[in-house]
Design a binder for this molecule. Structure first.
Ligand code: 0A1
Ligand code: ZN
Length: 849
């Protein structure tokens, strides 16, 4: 499957395709190893293109026949596709190919999962189904007929007709091939109807395997709420007569926004209180919304080329975050988003895989579905909205939808509508799309004669291929507090545009306490020396909920770093501040639970590296354990009360209120286990009547010891449920004590249920272990070898998932020479592997560069 020397593609080389497609007709005769696909495609010369070479992408296809305007032709075929002389006028291309979905383990194109046929075409999977200009700027209406003896046969658009063993679908909305989908299987639907604001009656179905019947209600409910929200907030109504969602067990990513037929990893659809956690419910709601929102931001308006990926992904993530904030607590959602951004995107930006939100080249586009394109892309839109205000944002979006509906667009088109709708020059702002790396904003201050001045300096460190950076536009939301906690200046946005700049506040009676970067108004790292007392003050008094949490978080980070580097005892001021938050009943329980969570080991390693200290994963782990025990002891008088108070009587509800109470209760349980030997956690596990409590108690036991019996019971109870067992596998790999982690993980990979070709199971074990920082970075290098061995093995069957998981190595350069040498050797061993995929080849090259 390796191309000799895969060539990178460059943004600057974009040229339009020589032909337009007026109509696509596809006919599928589904057979596991001999599926026949007939395609009839109406082409016409593209007046906007100069290059008229007729090249159609196609990979792993057996061509049976081809014809132009009814006359057989013999195209020239390469591993990438075919070319052929064509008329200079409109013509009809017909081709029949044979493919083998049952042998498709890469899960890209048409493949099989548990006896069901399904497709995944983004980014370039359609070329494994038929010969086609498989690029997002070629948009066409599709008509599809499926012949197969399975009962449910689905494709994009509206149903036209169906009979025993066949069905026909028609999608009138022109779309690129990456949005094509087909599903055939024995499936059952959970259904409802929705009437759009335009009066269209839409049939909604969530299709699952019969064994999963009854677990689709929450997905369906989330869909209905998403449809309503997009009408109310963005004025976007749905545009077909049906909306189908299908849950698939074998899926490389989370879900896919195919027009009218969203295909989901079953973990983001299936839920019941007994099998899904609060977090699962939250993710289902978010991802159902995300894929639905793509109907406008992605499907109706798509990307000109894959460099523009953030045009649809950044915007759709931003929209789904707004939705979740509206459905749940906006403050908690913001804190969680920032935690994820820092854990994934800052980590990416700081390492060998750093790239701009709009990359300039790639070898394998599948490697660019990253936290930078998605999450940083969404942050960039959040900044834009802050800079132009909500009304300006709404005007710009209206213009975007009106002007670009039905088009394949660029980041320039996107920024242009903002410039026109708001009159703002976004030339400098555009650097957010082209410069990689996380800007550091250094802040110092002085106060004289009632005037308070913030001296601001911005600097973005070099990233691969970008040594020099220009200043960016950084909206810095700031508030000022007086020493008694009153707000003397409500949130104001400073626009930092220069490398150095001052912000001056006059007429103040006394030196204020600044609350900087409120709401995390820009994806930057703030550098400011401030006393622990000031952070404790902000944790107690800041009116901005994000910064209130942030004060506690940065205080905890400082304390933990001192514990690692100086073997210091945890600062009493921090412990007192935590106690005050934990007992403050005016605060949302979900917020309190977040405040009681300590910064993760990777975050601490990153913070140490940022200060020029080589992190020691074992010392970090040990310090974090000591800190947790110190918190447990210091807050001992609180736990039992909190635990009792946060009980959720009555039937389980996945809503934010109860979920927050459960989170706080489980946080208390975790700390209590450090004092009572896990007795309460054992009882909690035994009494649990929902998965949040069951898995929460099991995690506590795994962390504090004494989980063996509970693990066995759990496996006996849930052995039949794949998604639940993924949790069982994942937790053990993630929470194993550092010295046992490699052995525990190895044993898990030898478990008969380690069905490693299933991406969810592979991610649970190998991804879970990679997230166990002290285990993965074991000084012996055994963790690196274990992961490398499995990446090599998976790469041969599923390059996309294997390549994604190689990001486990993205921080290797921050460690000591011994570890570096071993990580490098593991990466070089992967790189030297014969037959390595293009996906993995590109990743290890970048990791080693
Ligand atoms: N567009 C989907 C995610 C997705 C991306 C790539 C895939 O295969 C390479 C599959 C799904 C989304 O944003 O949800
Ligand atoms: Zn998306």
């Amino acid at each position: 499957m390796t191309d000799a020397a895969p060539q990178p593609v460059f943004l600057k080389d974009y040229t339009p395709f020589g032909f337009l497609v007026d109509q696509v007709e596809l006919n599928f005769h589904l057979q596991p190893t001999a599926t026949r696909v007939r395609a009839k495609i109406a082409f016409r010369p593209n007046p906007a293109a100069r290059d008229r070479r007729f090249f159609l992408h196609g990979e792993d296809l057996t061509l049976i026949s081809a014809a132009i305007d009814g006359s057989p032709v013999t195209p020239e075929i390469t591993p990438e596709g075919l070319s052929c002389p064509v008329p200079e006028a409109p013509f009809v291309w017909e081709a029949e190919v044979e493919i083998a979905p049952a042998e498709n383990t890469a899960l890209e194109g048409l493949y099989m999962s548990n006896g069901m046929y399904c497709t995944q075409c983004e980014a370039e999977g359609f070329r494994k189904i038929t010969f086609y200009p498989d690029r997002p700027d070629v948009m066409a209406p599709f008509r599809v007929r499926v012949d197969c003896d399975l009962p449910v046969l689905l494709s994009n658009g509206n149903p036209v007709a169906q009979g025993a063993g066949w069905a026909e679908w028609n999608d009138p909305w022109p779309k690129p091939s990456y949005l094509f989908a087909l599903v055939a299987g024995e499936l059952v639907a959970t259904s409802d109807r929705f009437t759009t604001s335009e009066g269209r009656e839409v049939a909604l179905n969530v299709w699952v395997r019969p064994a999963d019947q009854g677990k689709a209600d929450y997905a369906l409910d989330s869909l209905i709420r998403s449809m309503k929200w997009d009408e109310e907030v963005y004025g976007r109504a749905y545009d077909l007569d049906v909306f189908n969602i299908v849950a698939v067990d074998d899926f490389n990513m989370g879900a896919m926004e195919n027009k009218g037929l969203n295909v989901f990893n079953s973990r983001y659809v299936l839920a019941s209180p007994e099998t899904a956690t609060d977090r699962d419910y939250e993710n289902i709601e978010r991802i159902i919304a995300h894929e639905y929102f793509h109907n406008w931001t992605g499907d109706r308006i798509t990307c000109r080329d894959w460099f523009q990926l953030s045009l649809k992904e950044g915007l759709t993530v931003f929209r789904d975050s707004q939705f979740s904030a509206d459905m749940r607590s906006a403050a908690v959602k913001r804190i969680e988003d920032v935690m994820t951004l820092r854990a994934r995107q800052f980590r990416e930006d700081n390492g060998p895989l750093a790239h701009p939100v709009r990359p300039e080249s790639y070898t394998e586009i599948n490697n660019f579905y990253t936290a930078t394109v998605y999450e940083k892309g969404a942050e960039v839109i959040g900044m834009l909205r802050r800079l132009v205000g909500p009304e300006g944002y709404a005007r710009a979006l209206d213009l975007y939808f009106a002007r670009h509906d039905g088009q394949a667009c660029t980041i320039e088109d996107w920024l242009q509508v903002f410039e026109e709708a708001t009159g703002r020059d976004l030339t400098q702002f555009k650097r957010w799309y082209s410069q990689a790396g996380t800007p550091r904003v250094k802040v110092t201050e002085d106060f004289r004669d009632g005037t308070y001045t913030l001296h601001l300096e911005q600097k973005t460190p070099p990233t691969p291929g970008q040594d020099e950076k220009q200043p960016q536009v950084i909206p810095l939301a700031v508030g000022l507090l007086s020493s008694n906690g009153d707000e003397v200046l409500p949130t104001t946005v400073i626009e930092l545009t220069e490398a150095r700049q001052d912000a001056v506040f006059e007429g103040l009676a006394a030196k204020p306490v600044p609350s900087l970067l409120r709401g995390f108004s820009a994806p930057v790292i703030l550098e400011r020396d401030s006393a622990p007392e000031e952070r404790a003050f902000l944790l107690a008094h800041d009116t901005d909920p994000f910064n209130k949490w942030e004060a506690g978080r940065s205080l905890a980070r400082e304390v933990l770093i001192a514990m690692v580097t100086e073997e210091a005892a945890p600062a009493p001021a921090w412990l007192d501040a935590l106690a005050a938050v934990a007992r403050d009943e005016a605060l949302d329980p979900a917020f309190r639970a977040l405040a009681l969570r300590l910064p993760g080991e990777d975050e601490l390693a990153e913070a140490l590296a940022e200060r020029g200290t080589v992190p020691d994963p074992l010392a970090i782990h040990a310090a974090r354990e000591r800190a947790k025990t110190a918190v447990a002891r210091h807050l001992d008088p609180l736990w039992a009360g909190l635990y009792a108070q946060m009980d959720c009587p009555g039937p389980y509800s996945p809503g934010a209120a109860d979920a927050g109470r459960r989170a706080l209760r489980l946080a208390a349980l975790g700390y209590m286990a450090r004092l009572d030997g896990g007795a309460r956690a054992q009882a909690h596990f035994a009494a649990a009547d929902n998965m949040t409590d069951e898995i929460g108690a099991l995690s506590v036991l795994l962390e504090t010891g004494g989980a063996d019996e509970a693990l066995d019971r759990f496996a006996r109870r849930w052995g039949h449920d794949r998604l639940v067992m993924d949790k069982w596998f994942g937790l053990q790999a993630t929470l194993a004590a550092p010295e046992r982690a490699v052995a525990v993980t190895r044993a898990l990979t030898e478990h008969p249920e380690f069905t490693w070709k299933n991406p969810n199971r592979f991610r649970a074990v190998i991804g879970g272990f990679s997230a166990n920082a002290a285990g993965f970075h074991d000084a012996s290098g055994a963790g690196y070898d274990l992961v490398a061995d499995w990446l090599i093995r998976l790469d041969a069957v599923n390059p996309q998932t294997a390549a994604r998981m190689s990001t486990a190595f993205e921080t290797w350069a921050r460690y000591d020479a011994g570890r570096r040498e071993k990580a490098q050797a593991a990466l070089e061993r992967i790189a030297a592997r014969e037959g390595l995929s293009r996906d993995m080849g590109e990743m290890v090259d970048r990791l080693l560069a």
